[in-house]
Design a protein around this ligand. Structure first.
Ligand code: F3S
Length: 66
């Protein structure tokens, strides 16, 4: 699974990082780092929780294989 990060929508709410700090890394100003996130199989649950927790819908789940 992959998380597509739409950085332009991030407002620094940090709810994603509160759910899964090892998956959602923030910069010094509290915004999500640039770039999509590859998620290992065993991390899919916390990753999808974190993605859904974003009130700005900046984190989109991509479950397409490959
Ligand atoms: Fe940004 Fe949403 Fe996380 S606004 S810091 S991507 S909860």
């Amino acid at each position: 699974m992959r998380i597509i990060v739409q950085n332009s929508k991030c407002q620094g709410h940090a709810r994603c990082a509160a759910q899964a700090p090892h998956i959602f890394k923030l910069d010094d100003a509290g915004y999500i780092l640039l770039g999509d996130i590859e998620v290992a199989k065993e991390e899919e649950l916390p990753a999808s929780r974190g993605a859904r927790s974003c009130p700005e819908h900046a984190l989109e789940l991509d479950r397409a294989p490959g």
